[in-house]
Design a binder for this molecule. Structure first.
Ligand code: HEM
Length: 376
């Protein structure tokens, strides 16, 4: 049984319909199952007329869509979304080709309180498995990438909760280290996810076959990014640990573009914590009042726990950048200057450097002499 299936029932208990993943996966409000099973063949043939007809066929009556539950509205956006990305991949702006889709996208956006197109949530955790799985290509490597993202989500949801708690604590509180140890446990799934991707998705497949489906589309004069892994919300952990007061303009700008693609509760989290004091800053202030050689036990435990979480973040990012750089954005494979989230690989370098600088700072603050590590 996949990790997600073990944790998902717990997520569904928290009341937000967006966490009712089993229901969203099961929902088929547009009756799209049969049509979307044929999508990989349409894409393989670059059959724009068939894709246009398919999208037009699925456009629901607005009055009917207005009555849908949030669960159905999310499932409908998922199914329209995979057609939007498919049309764009073959050079056609979907809303220009099927203008009657615009009021539907706007309605679904309002109903679900999310952007007016599909996101990484729709494409991965809200996507059914088995024969109903929605895919652009139908290739096993596309399914592997969807699974890689799915396995990261439960840990990130759990980490979000613990980050809220951490933000209310000080390094002298025993709960500070406990919360960080929990976050470390939850974040291990990010490392597992990237290892799974490296083992099962070739750079060639990602760069040449899958990446073109994640292009942005125009909705009422605004560009909306495709449902790529770039939107995986690792940023709440950064925000709480260091980003809220120790960041750099490039990462701040990337986050400003990424946060709108999150769930409403995650966007609230960002609004609440963006102006806060980070865990690294709290620790460094607390340590500055002490003699490094004789740190109170609790402070030393907090520092070590913080260092461990930063190390996990660094490990994920070092492996991830290796994948992005060595492989998918190699000169001979590169079709695009920017990643599917609109940012270049240079951004990944700067986020990795920031993560590592904060980790180094925590080690130094506690008298450690950690060398700047390599990228592994
Ligand atoms: C073949 C696989 C992948 C490639 C080539 C790739 C490439 C990239 C690139 C180029 C960026 C820069 C931003 C942008 O796209 O505009 C990015 C960002 C990001 N990607 Fe991936 N990625 C891959 C898989 C994954 C997976 C499986 C995950 C997590 C489950 C992931 C999580 C992230 C995150 C969280 C960011 C934001 C930057 C950060 O927090 O460090 N990626 N990716």
């Amino acid at each position: 049984m996949a990790l997600y299936d073990l944790v998902a029932p717990r997520l569904e208990e928290c009341g937000d319909p967006r966490y009712r993943t089993a229901d969203i996966r099961a929902a088929d409000p547009l009756g799209a199952d049969a049509l979307l099973a044929a999508l990989p063949a349409m894409n393989a043939g670059a059959d724009v007329p068939a894709l246009t007809v398919a999208l037009r066929t699925l456009v629901p009556d607005l009055d009917r869509a207005a009555e849908w539950s949030v669960v159905d509205a999310l499932a409908a956006m998922r199914d329209l979304g995979i057609l939007l990305g498919s049309l764009k991949r073959h050079g056609t702006e979907p809303v220009a080709a099927v203008p009657e889709i615009l009021p539907v996208l706007e309605l679904l956006s309002r109903r679900t309180d999310m952007v007016p197109r599909d996101t990484v949530h729709h494409y991965t955790i809200w996507n059914p498995t088995g024969s109903r799985r929605r895919m652009y290509t139908g290739h096993p490597m596309e399914a592997h990438l969807q699974e890689a993202v799915r396995m990261a989500f439960p840990g990130l949801v759990a980490a979000l909760d613990t980050c809220s708690r951490l933000a209310r604590l000080e390094p002298y509180d025993p709960g500070f280290a406990v919360a960080l140890d929990r976050i470390a446990h939850h974040l291990q799934s990010m490392v597992d996810s990237i290892d799974f991707t490296i083992a099962r998705v070739t750079p060639e497949f990602f760069a040449l076959t899958l990446r073109p489906y994640f292009e942005d589309i125009d909705v009422a004069g605004r560009a909306y990014l495709g449902p790529a892994a770039t939107q995986v919300p690792l940023w709440p952990v950064d925000l709480t640990l260091w980003q809220c007061d120790r960041s750099a303009p490039a990462y701040d700008a990337f986050l400003a573009d990424s946060v709108p693609y999150s769930l409403p509760s995650w966007r609230d989290f960002h609004a609440r914590h963006a102006g806060g004091v980070s865990a690294v800053s709290k620790l460094s202030a607390a340590v500055s009042w002490e003699t490094v050689e004789r740190l109170p036990l609790q402070l030393a435990a907090s520092a070590h726990a913080l260092g461990r979480v930063l190390k996990i973040l660094r490990t994920f990012r070092a492996r991830h950048i290796g994948l992005a750089r060595k492989a998918a954005y190699r000169d001979d494979l590169r079709l695009y200057e920017a990643g599917s989230g609109g940012a270049p690989v240079a951004l990944l370098r700067s986020v990795l450097d920031l993560t590592r600088d904060n980790e180094t700072m925590v080690y130094r603050a506690t008298g450690g002499t950690r060398q700047r590590a390599g990228t592994r």
